[in-house]
Design a binder for this molecule. Structure first.
Ligand SMILES: Nc1ncnc2c1ncn2[C@@H]1O[C@H](COP(=O)(O)OP(=O)(O)O)[C@@H](O)[C@H]1O
Ligand SMILES: [Mg+2]
Length: 279
């Protein structure tokens, strides 16, 4: 239950963010994980898929699971001295976090029709070639080791890849900031990958958000969540000495129809399976 004094400041696809106005955590944000889920409709059916950007329904219990994952992984990051927004978990579905400002940019030519701000950036990291990386670069064999390649995306109705060079040229960030962000994303990705590997789960790829703390030196930290919604994992990963999965021929199913590519991994774990093994 939200306190009357908490002020809803953002309702996202899956979470609600409140500013706390009273008590011990006054001035901090409360992030409430809801059961809202993204996906798409196919032949009248609802398909839930965290890779999509439209909310299509809700999955009972999803919010609490995301909260548990986030709690476990942010606590682990704290132990490893990684800067994050996480303060504490206060209920089954809510965490208290430091307010941050996502990496963003106001529109420079507000009067120009079609101008729009950069609201937020997301960073993907990839251990192996899957998903949109393969769809964009189908000349690379599925599940090839990509050595934690980091990419930046503008967040919106649909995410758009933006190169680091473009971010610098546009004036969103400096070259040295980009270096720092990439290093931080890779470090966090490797901690998460190792934590999952300890349970025999292989992290294929994931997505993080960074932000600048509103108070206390405007430090860059990991914000948002780490849950099934932002991780793609599988079992049975069998790497050769270069880190390329050797069983992709049996695991990966791709198709190319009407100019559209799809890629699926048979051994990919569902959220349900992941939580059974990992939590
Ligand atoms: N510490 C923080 N300070 C401010 N905003 C945050 C913080 N952590 C996460 N957010 C933002 O809160 C929102 C969380 O809700 P979510 O449902 O994930 O939204 P979205 O649909 O934008 O992904 C995200 O937009 C995320 O950028
Ligand atoms: Mg989100």
């Amino acid at each position: 239950m939200q306190k009357k004094t908490d002020k809803l400041i953002y309702r996202g696809k899956s979470k609600d963010v409140y500013e706390i106005r009273e008590g011990k955590y006054q001035g901090k944000y409360k992030m409430v994980f809801t059961d809202r889920a993204t996906g798409y409709k196919k032949a009248g059916q609802t398909i839930f898929d965290p890779g999509y950007d439209n909310v299509v329904g809700s999955i009972p219990g999803k919010g609490k699971i995301a909260c548990q994952f986030t709690t476990k992984l942010f606590r682990l990051l704290k132990e490893k001295h990684i800067p994050t927004h996480y303060i504490e978990t206060v209920s089954d579905d809510a965490v208290i976090v430091e307010p941050a400002i996502p990496i963003s940019m106001k529109e420079e030519a507000a009067g120009v029709p079609g101008s729009a701000p950069l609201v937020n950036l997301e960073f993907t990291w990839r251990n192996n070639n899957m998903g949109s990386f393969w769809r964009r670069y189908p000349f690379v064999r599925p599940c090839k080791n990509l050595n934690f390649v980091v990419e930046a995306w503008t967040k919106g109705k649909s995410d758009i890849l933006i190169t680091f060079e473009s971010l610098v040229a546009a004036g969103v960030v400096t070259r040295s900031e980009i270096k720092l962000y990439r290093k931080l994303v890779k470090k966090i990705a490797s901690i998460v990958t190792i934590a999952l590997a300890q349970k025999n789960i292989h992290a294929i790829d994931g997505k993080f958000e960074l932000g600048r703390l509103k108070h206390g030196g405007k430090k860059i930290v990991l914000i948002d969540e780490i849950s099934c919604d932002v991780l793609r994992v599988c079992k049975g990963f069998l790497p050769d000495r270069y880190g390329n999965c050797m069983i992709y021929g049996q695991c990966i199913k791709t198709s190319y129809k009407d100019g559209v590519r799809t890629i699926q991994a048979k051994n990919q774990l569902s959220a349900k399976q992941l939580l059974k093994i990992f939590l």
